[in-house]
Design a protein around this ligand. Structure first.
Ligand code: ZN
Length: 293
């Protein structure tokens, strides 16, 4: 009789729970995707109930930004939190990593307008968080109630939805005319599949012909072949990919980050097709209006 080895346990994924903080502070420095500015982010432990607040250190005296769905300004290309004159761009990959580790009480200091892109994924954030250490959960039952009924939001042929389900699950579909990307679908079940292995390493991606027009509009000044996968339609300009379907996995990463604006994410099957940060955030806002935040 042979006994097959047990599969390795996934790293703890706390998207539906929260209630944790860091054991120690940590910092990372890098270039912002849109601003092209080099900035430093420092994450600090915070007391229970503090939430996630972001302080712009280069704007002394300004109030901290609450990272909440209600503070997000629509943008197709990144998630931007705005409060009065103060903003912080491209918070989504950092938020995905915080969510995956259940870190809902954190003080974030940022010395410029945008969170650095690092390698274009959430891998460096997860590693940095694990190096600093994560506290025990304050309250064991801090997760939100399961979703009682479906929510759909659609725009043209794109949609996001949250369907009642026994555990948290994400399914995402994309459809690009560029053959290098084409149609991709991926389902990710946090309970079963490791965030660190399956989702965190997937990088930002783009099309070469869009790069010039975005640059001329003052966007993606910090984008490069070092921090984004770029394709010319037929081919990737900077292979190898980390996954055959790295783009759709990155879309799941973005969706996780945007829903992490709620703090803990309600147990549901979250479904998205050809969606954008704007639609992800609309779903987060809708969930918040129903008491999920
Ligand atoms: Zn992204």
């Amino acid at each position: 009789m042979s006994v097959s080895p047990l599969p390795p346990l996934p790293s703890p994924c706390d998207l539906t729970q929260g209630g944790r903080t860091l054991l120690r502070s940590l910092s990372r420095t890098g270039v912002g995707l849109h601003s092209g500015q080099t900035t430093q982010v420092s994450l600090h432990p915070a007391p229970p109930g503090h939430g996630r607040r972001l302080q712009r250190q280069d704007l002394p005296g300004t109030p901290p930004l609450h990272l909440s769905p209600d503070r997000v300004q629509p943008s197709a290309l990144c998630t931007q939190v705005v409060q009065g004159e103060v903003c912080a761009q491209t918070v989504e990959h950092l938020l995905a990593a915080l969510g995956a580790r259940g870190l809902t009480d954190v003080l974030i200091e940022l010395d410029g307008p945008e969170v650095p892109l690092l390698d274009g994924s959430a891998r460096d954030w997860v590693e940095a968080i694990d190096e600093a250490g994560v506290s025990e959960r304050v309250s064991p039952d801090s997760g939100p109630a399961p979703l009682p009924e479906p929510i759909w939001i659609y725009e043209g042929d794109a949609f996001v939805a949250a369907i009642p389900a026994p555990h948290l699950q994400f399914s995402y579909g994309i459809d690009f005319s560029a053959p290098a990307i084409g149609q991709q679908w991926q389902t990710w079940t946090p309970q079963r599949e490791d965030f660190d292995q399956e989702i965190a390493p997937a990088r930002t991606f783009g099309l070469a012909h869009e790069v010039e027009s975005l640059r001329s509009r003052g966007l993606i000044r910090g984008g490069s072949l070092d921090n984004a996968l770029v394709c010319d339609g037929e081919h990737w300009l900077n292979p190898p990919l980390r996954f055959a379907n790295e783009p759709v996995r990155h879309k799941i990463l973005d969706l996780v980050g945007d829903l992490s604006l709620l703090g803990p994410i309600p147990v549901a099957h979250i479904l998205a097709y050809k969606a954008s940060h704007r639609l992800h955030v609309r779903l987060a806002q809708c969930l918040r209006s129903r008491g999920y935040a």
